[in-house]
Design a protein around this ligand. Structure first.
Ligand code: GUN
Length: 284
């Protein structure tokens, strides 16, 4: 069994991003990322802190707009419009989830698709589904990069994606399909999850449920990608896969922490630099 080391690859990507930032700075361009953080959900605040720190590590300018839980939709739209117009901002990211009074779709649609480094705007979703260049959501992109690093080609493989969220499961399934895999997407209404996971050469799971994937659900030699992030009762980070038992059965597996998580951050930085590289084109 081989560990898919996301921490190691993310550091390599961050180094590459840093070099690209330095070369942009030669042209007097400092890539900029604006983050909108609404409310005081500790997990969201922690993710945003990690994103800020990663930006700082590679020389990307970042600004976080923190807003109270009671904020109105109009106020958030105002900030987004301001960031859309700001020539020093290349990427705009609204940390999800948003409070219930806010229409998330309306917020995501207000972001200029050219600054949509999270890849959640329907324009980018459509482009990626169509196999065109566009911003790919950082988490599934990170998974694909991690597999590539270990020479794992999904082409012709049976892939089971567990979870069908807009930010993880759906784009994950799309990228796997674009990579010529045969894809099954399972979700909360799936009748017999095990019957699907057992057939899979690659399992990608991201639903936020501790021990959802157990040893008996995994084929011998399968590749297991754990996109889940959960906290145990004693405060430890853990994924959706029973790592200790499943790892003895599979050929490759991602740990949590140190697997997909750091890759998400690295790919967000990549997307931000990609946008900064387009600054000239954007002006047209
Ligand atoms: N909430 C959970 N994951 C993400 C993410 O990748 N981006 C944003 N904006 N919000 C999230």
């Amino acid at each position: 069994m081989t560990i898919l080391d996301g921490k190691k690859l993310s550091n390599k990507i961050k180094q590459e991003v840093k070099v690209q930032v330095e070369s942009l700075q030669q042209k007097n361009i400092t890539p900029g990322l604006a983050v909108v953080l609404v409310g005081n959900d500790p997990a969201s605040a922690a993710y945003v802190k990690m994103k800020e720190k990663a930006c700082e590590d590679v020389g990307i300018y970042s600004i976080v707009h923190k807003m109270p839980n009671s904020i109105s939709q109009e106020k958030i739209l105002e900030i987004i419009n301001m960031m859309n117009q700001n020539p020093n901002i290349d990427g705009i990211l609204v940390q999800l989830p948003l409070p219930s009074q806010i229409d998330t779709t309306a917020i995501l649609e207000a972001i200029d698709p050219k600054k949509d480094v999270d890849g959640f705007h329907p324009y980018n979703v459509g482009r990626v589904v169509s196999g065109l260049d566009g911003y790919i959501p950082a988490t599934p992109l990170g998974v694909m990069e991690l597999l590539k690093e270990y020479d794992i080609d999904p082409q012709g493989k049976d892939v089971c994606v567990v979870g069908a969220s807009n930010i993880v499961g759906k784009p994950m399934a799309t990228l796997m399909l674009n990579a010529n895999a045969t894809v099954t997407t399972c979700h909360i209404y799936t009748k017999d999850l095990k019957s699907h996971t057992l057939k899979a050469d690659i399992i990608c799971v991201g639903v936020g449920k501790i021990d959802l994937i157990t040893e008996d659900m995994v084929k011998e030699g399968a590749i297991v990608v754990d996109i889940g992030i959960n906290r145990t009762d004693d405060g430890k980070l853990t994924g959706d896969v029973s790592f200790d038992t499943v790892s003895s059965k599979c050929s490759y597996i991602t740990p949590v922490p140190g697997g997909v998580g750091p890759m998400t951050i690295a790919c967000l930085l990549q997307n931000t630099v990609k946008s900064a590289n387009n600054r000239e084109i954007k002006k047209v």
